[in-house]
Design a protein around this ligand. Structure first.
Ligand SMILES: Nc1ncnc2c1ncn2[C@@H]1O[C@H](COP(=O)(O)OP(=O)(O)O)[C@@H](O)[C@H]1O
Ligand SMILES: [Mg+2]
Length: 327
């Protein structure tokens, strides 16, 4: 490890070539990652946020040595993922979302025996290590049931158990709570916090803002293969204009009115969206001086106008960042 960073990337690019078109004779190149620079401090949960297709899984797979970067450099625990993968693999764990990767016809315990052998867990330690991780993820009571009887949440816990069986120093979790019911998702997040408390570095991808906000100290936002922001939650809030969000709703606004609002002191961003028959304007406001009553005065002729103030959420900030990139 260098400079206390568990993960470091420098200008990582990754493109895919795939076939498209009626006869699959058209070759298209997708640039999934377009120059990613990251540093993840050891012992933290680092959150990588981004919408579908942003490149989260591609980056996770590169860091976990399942895919090679097209160019650029990535170091995990000081090992270059491209040239030093064999030395790195025993030190990392990977949990990809979804149903794949487990054997359904056998029990959880039997699955873990198989993976323990695969990961080189010494045989004398195997049984106790398996009991330990099963207890850890809360599956001790169902350990001898076949995995096909497991709920989605139980399968995800088993995936995590598999990922930590060989006591990795860095654990990659790709959308660990996707598709889980709220209770299982909460239990999974609690489990993740417990692992960090033991010193494991966690690299987590998610498209749930609240999840990143709850778990992660530092967050990077990935949009179309580029990191568009990297900061703490508090830092991200500061980045995109003040903390205030005002929502105005009426049966439509004139263009001139929207222009007028955009020009008001402290207004850093105005987004319009249809909301049933009404139009909603969401304002990001930097100053505490702009009051709802000021807005009401500047928008005469809207008896149906409603104005609501709410705390700017990480989700708002994230959408701002992703939209800025798109526009
Ligand atoms: N094996 C592949 N072949 C072709 N395109 C791919 C492949 N894997 C990913 N992509 C493309 O790369 C982009 C990023 O995908 P991905 O990393 O899965 O994003 P995310 O995990 O953020 O949803 C997408 O446009 C996706 O279609
Ligand atoms: Mg993905």
């Amino acid at each position: 490890m260098s400079n206390g960073f568990a993960i470091e990337t420098h200008n990582v690019h990754r493109s895919f070539r795939s076939r498209k078109g009626f006869l699959f004779n058209e070759i298209v190149a997708t640039e999934a990652l377009r120059g990613v620079d990251l540093q993840v401090p050891a012992g933290e949960i680092f959150g990588l946020l981004g919408p579908n297709g942003a490149g989260k899984t591609t980056l996770t797979k590169i860091l976990a040595t399942l895919l090679l970067p097209t160019s650029g450099e990535a170091l995990v625990l000081g090992h270059d993922v491209a040239t030093d993968a064999l030395a790195l693999r025993p030190k990392i764990g990977l949990v990809l979302g979804g149903e794949r990767g487990l054997y359904n016809r056998i029990s959880a315990r039997e699955n873990l025996r198989y993976f323990a052998d695969l990961y080189g867990v010494p045989l004398p330690q195997r049984a106790s290590r398996i009991d330990e991780v099963l207890a850890r993820v809360g599956l001790a009571d169902s350990a001898d049931r076949r995995v096909e009887e497991y709920s989605r949440g139980m399968k995800q816990k088993l995936h995590i158990a598999r990922g930590i069986l060989h006591r990795p120093q860095v654990l990659f979790l790709d959308e660990p709570t996707i598709g889980l019911d709220p209770k299982s998702a909460r239990e999974t997040r609690k489990l993740i916090r417990g692992l960090v408390a033991e010193g494991v570095t966690i690299f987590l991808t998610t498209h749930y803002m609240f999840e990143a906000e709850e778990l992660c100290r530092q967050i990077a936002v990935l949009s179309k293969g580029r990191i568009v922001a990297r900061d703490t939650v508090a830092g991200l809030r500061r980045l995109v204009g003040g903390d205030r969000t005002l929502e105005l709703e009426a049966y439509g606004f004139e263009d001139a009115e929207i222009t007028r609002i955009k020009g008001m002191p402290g207004v850093s961003r105005v987004m319009a969206e249809e909301f049933g028959p009404r139009l909603r304007l969401t304002l990001r406001v930097r100053t505490s001086e702009l009051l709802p009553t000021d807005l009401e005065q500047r928008l005469p002729g809207h008896p149906e106008l409603t104005i609501r103030e709410r705390r700017t959420s990480l989700e708002d900030i994230y959408l701002d960042l992703v939209e800025e990139e798109a526009s």
